[in-house]
Design a protein around this ligand. Structure first.
Ligand code: ATP
Ligand code: MG
Length: 285
C-alpha cells in the first residue's frame, strides 16, 4: 500500500509541535526522532526529518509528498508547491526595524537605505510593491547586529517578543508578514496519496477546531434562558436541560477560544452561575 511521505523539521522551533500535531491526530510514530526516517504503525505515513530550509525543495521535487514549514520559508523560496492548510502554531511576524534613536516618518524612511535580512525575496517584493528603492543585504543569521556594525541602516527579521531588538538598540517600525506553520504539498500527488492527504487533513481540522474551542456548561435562571442562549452560538444550538431546582436550567455549548472572555462576562451579567469550561479533544463539524 502507498504511503504519504511527510517532511518535518529535524531540530528547531517546528519539530516538537509538528510531532505533537501527529500525536493529536492519533498517528503513532514507531521509532524515535533520532533517525532520518520513521514510519507510522497505524496510518499510511512515512516521516522524514530534515532541515526546515530544505523542505520546500524536497516537496517540489517529490522526495517528500507533503511538509510542515513556516509560511515565511514558503514565501521566501517561491517553489512550486501548494499551501494546503494553516496549522496555527509557530506564529511570528517578520518586521522592519531601525536604530531606536532614529525618527521614523513612515515607509518612505527606507528610500535609498540599506536593510540586512535573511529573507531578501519577501522584502524586495514588499518594497517593489511600495515603489521604494532599497538596497538589500542578504545575510544568513544574527541579522540584528547588522546596523550596530555598520553593515546596514535597518533590518528585516522574525520578531517574537522584541527583546532581541531591544538589546541591540533597535525598534520595530513596520510589520511585513504574519507567519505560522503551514502544511505544504507537492503539486503532483498520486490519486492514492491524495486520498491519504484528505484523511490526514480531516484529522488535522478536527484537532485544530477543537483546540480553538471550549466546551462550556452553566446554570441559568429560566427567565434569562433566551438571552443566554443568544450569547452561545454553539455547533448547532445549545443543549438545555432542566435542573432539579425549579426555575433553573443547565446549558451546554461550545464557544470559540478567541471570544471566550467576552462571552463569559456577558453570561455572568445575565445571571449565569456555576460556569464550567472544558478542553475539547477532537471536534468533527
Ligand atoms: P535552522 O535552519 O538553523 O535550524 P531556522 O531559523 O531556519 O534555523 P527555527 O529557528 O527553528 O529555524 O525556525 C523555524 C521556523 O519557526 C521559522 O521559519 C519561523 O516560521 C518559525 N519561527 C522562528 N522564530 C520564531 C519565534 N520566535 N516564534 C515563533 N515562531 C518562530
Ligand atoms: Mg532553517
Amino acid at each position: 500500500m502507498s504511503k504519504l511521505r511527510l517532511a518535518i523539521q529535524k531540530n528547531g522551533r517546528l519539530s516538537e509541535k509538528s510531532l505533537k500535531l501527529l500525536e493529536e491526530c492519533g498517528i503513532k510514530i514507531s521509532n524515535g526522532t533520532r533517525k532520518l526516517k520513521s514510519v507510522s504503525s497505524n496510518f499510511p505515513l512515512e516521516i522524514l526529518f530534515l532541515r526546515d530550509d530544505d523542505i520546500p525543495q524536497y516537496v517540489e521535487q517529490g522526495v517528500a509528498d507533503i511538509g510542515i514549514i513556516g509560511l515565511n520559508e514558503v514565501l521566501e523560496q517561491k517553489k512550486n508547491i501548494a499551501v494546503v492548510q494553516k496549522l496555527g502554531f509557530a506564529q511570528c511576524r517578520l518586521s522592519l526595524a531601525i536604530p531606536k534613536e532614529e525618527t521614523y516618518s513612515g515607509i518612505q524612511y527606507f528610500e535609498n537605505k540599506k536593510v540586512a535580512t535573511s529573507y531578501p525575496e519577501i522584502l524586495s517584493s514588499f518594497f517593489k510593491e511600495k515603489n521604494i528603492n532599497v538596497q538589500i543585504e542578504k545575510i544568513g543569521g544574527s541579522v540584528e547586529i547588522a546596523p550596530g556594525i555598520g553593515l546596514s541602516d535597518g533590518i528585516f527579521d522574525i520578531i517574537s517578543t522584541g527583546s532581541t531588538l531591544l538589546t541591540n538598540g533597535l525598534k520595530e517600525v513596520e510589520t511585513v508578514l504574519e507567519s505560522e506553520a503551514v502544511l505544504i504539498s507537492s503539486e503532483n500527488l498520486s490519486n492514492e496519496n491524495q486520498e491519504i492527504l484528505k484523511k490526514l487533513l480531516f484529522r488535522i481540522n478536527a484537532v485544530k477546531e477543537a483546540s480553538e474551542s471550549k466546551y462550556i456548561l452553566l446554570n441559568a435562571p429560566n427567565e434569562n434562558l433566551e438571552k443566554i442562549i443568544n450569547l452561545l452560538p454553539g455547533m448547532k444550538s445549545p443543549t438545555v436541560l432542566p435542573l432539579a431546582e425549579n426555575g433553573w436550567s443547565s446549558i451546554h455549548s461550545v464557544i470559540k477560544e478567541d471570544k471566550f472572555w467576552d462571552v463569559i462576562e456577558n453570561l455572568k451579567k445575565e445571571g449565569a452561575q456555576g460556569i464550567l469550561v472544558l478542553e475539547i479533544e477532537k471536534m468533527i463539524l
